[in-house]
Design a protein around this ligand. Structure first.
Ligand code: NAI
Ligand code: MG
Length: 493
């Protein structure tokens, strides 16, 4: 590991928006309260942000409800809705430098990643769903008797959307894209760690000309602002990305109003490397699949199964790559690994490193904090990991790789499936048959073959088992945002 110099090639941007967006107005919280958002690279306060709570949520929901009922969005010509979304995507592109820098400031991710991954993927997602706005339609159905029967796909109504801090702009795009395209209105709560880019996107949406109330944003905390959205009687649906524990809380809180729910949760994704794989590619993919975004990815390849005959060579080479990662100022274009997002996440990861050591795994590189300012953790690799250790079972959400050895395919499949999660998996092999067998046998929503973390707005993503409910992205993602209506009309006398 090396430390990037402080000659950052990109400057931190000015923060333009810290209020609550209700209709087309930016307001302080009804309570007047604010909370601090912290730069995780320096632990300094970036700014104070309005702290939304129940009263603010109520105002936002009423704004979203009346925008929905007015038809200003839901009944706008679908093609014009698509055009407005295209306009938002264009504005995001025009402001890419600023948005990427704001994301890096608030989240700590390397500016190179924000510019090359988060922003282009988010822009592409909005454009992809803009294209769907006028392409969803019902069927005509040949029922018995003298009746004309057809279906309509209608928007659900007001959608509460609650997102985490690991990909703030991208998660906003994944949530807004399908919801807006289908004519819904939105009350969004960004994560308390990273509210700034979502607020800026709210400004851009108003600039693009979205009617007031279509997008409302309430920054604040989960148990207050988040729970108020989940419990509100005028909210029809909740889309949530985050931890399984919070999803369970949301299910309970949403039960009284029977809201539609979609969840994208955590994982402990198996990344399976066979001896016949292109090892250069597999090693690069294993590094990227785990360390990308400081390991803060729901689909991180955090159980790395390596076939025994190549295990030792693989470990040596992956450790060498891990230790060449460049930690430091995320505004430096050389940096490949920034800080973890906050003190809670930092502490959680250090706790897992400790637990790996105590349970008898071998820490072959890393394992320590870097410096004494900012939440930096060394790229860490454990070997001699067995399936019962906490580091092999629980989501660490940090730069900690666990390497497990296997000796045949059936063993790899059954161990890969021995988890309550099922978000993603990958297999590295040059044998096409093996690749298809693994793809068909691993219980996960996404399987990558000879690649990792390849995302596209058109390809559905989501979890089996406790990794989620429903799918985001692709045509499948639209299902979560429409109600199906059947219309039957008598034709006879
Ligand atoms: P979290 O699930 O508590 O937070 C995610 C979002 O949910 C935030 O906006 C938060 O304010 C909101 N929230 C929290 N409690 C809520 C409630 N009662 N009602 C409504 N909304 C609520 O996740 P947290 O605490 O940030 O991270 C804990 C762990 O969760 C991480 O270490 C990681 O393992 C996992 N995680 C998974 C993510 C994923 O992409 N699937 C993203 C972030 C975290
Ligand atoms: Mg939490």
């Amino acid at each position: 590991m090396s430390i990037a110099t402080e000659t950052g090639s990109f400057a931190a941007p000015a923060v333009r928006q810290t209020g609550i967006l209700i209709g087309d107005e930016w307001r302080p919280a009804v309570s007047g309260k604010t909370f601090k958002t912290i730069n995780p690279a320096t632990e300094e306060v970036i700014c104070e942000v309005a702290e939304g709570d129940k009263e603010d949520v109520d105002l936002a929901v009423h704004a979203a409800r009346s925008a929905f009922e007015s038809g200003s969005w839901s009944k706008m010509d679908a093609r014009d809705r698509g055009r407005l979304m295209m306009k938002l995507a264009d504005l995001m592109e025009e402001n890419l430098d600023e948005l990427a820098a704001l994301e890096t400031l608030d989240n700590g991710k390397p500016i190179g990643d924000a510019r090359a991954a988060d922003l282009p993927l988010a822009i592409d997602c909005i454009r992809y769903y803009a294209g769907w706005a006028d392409k969803i339609h019902g069927d005509t159905i040949p029922v018995r008797g003298d009746y004309f029967c057809y279906t309509r796909r209608e928007p659900i109504g007001v959608c509460g959307q609650i997102i985490p801090w690991n990909f703030p702009i991208l998660m906003t795009a994944w949530k807004w894209g399908p919801a807006l395209s289908m004519g819904n209105t939105v009350v969004m709560k960004p994560a308390e760690q990273t509210p700034l880019t979502c607020l800026r996107l709210g400004e851009l949406a108003l600039e693009a000309g979205f009617p007031p109330g279509v997008i409302n944003i309430v920054p604040g905390f989960g148990p207050t602002a988040g729970a108020a959205i989940v419990k509100h009687g005028l909210v029809d649906k909740i889309a949530f990305t985050g931890s399984g524990e919070t999803a369970q809380r949301i299910m309970v809180d949403a039960a009284t109003t029977l809201k539609r729910l979609t969840f994208e949760l955590g994982g402990k994704s198996p990344n399976i490397v066979f001896a016949d794989a292109d090892l250069d590619a597999a090693i690069a993919g294993a590094e990227f699949g785990l360390f990308f975004n400081q390991g803060q990815c729901c689909c991180a390849g955090s159980r790395l199964f390596v076939e025994d005959s190549v295990h030792d060579e693989f470990v040596e080479r992956v450790v060498s790559r891990a230790s060449q990662r460049v930690l430091g100022n995320p505004f430096d274009s050389e940096t490949t690994q920034g800080p973890q997002v906050d003190k809670d996440q930092f502490d959680k990861i250090m706790h897992y490193i400790d637990s790996g050591n105590k349970e008898g795994a071998e820490c072959v590189t890393g394992g320590q904090r870097v410096g004494n300012r900012g939440f930096f953790i060394e790229p860490t690799v454990f070997t001699n990991v067995n399936d019962d250790m906490a580091i092999a079972k629980e989501e660490i959400f940090g730069p900690v790789m666990s390497i497990l050895k296997f000796s045949d395919m059936n063993e790899a499949i059954s161990r890969a499936n021995n988890t309550t999660f099922g978000l993603a998996a990958a297999v590295w092999t040059s044998d096409v048959k093996k690749a298809h067998q693994i793809a068909a046998s691993v219980r996960a929503g996404t399987v990558w073959v000879n690649c990792y973390d390849v995302f596209d707005a058109a390809a559905p993503f989501g979890g089996f088992k406790m990794s989620g409910m429903g799918r985001e992205l692709g045509q499948a993602g639209l299902q979560n945002y429409t109600e199906l209506k059947t219309v039957t009309m008598a034709l006879g006398d």
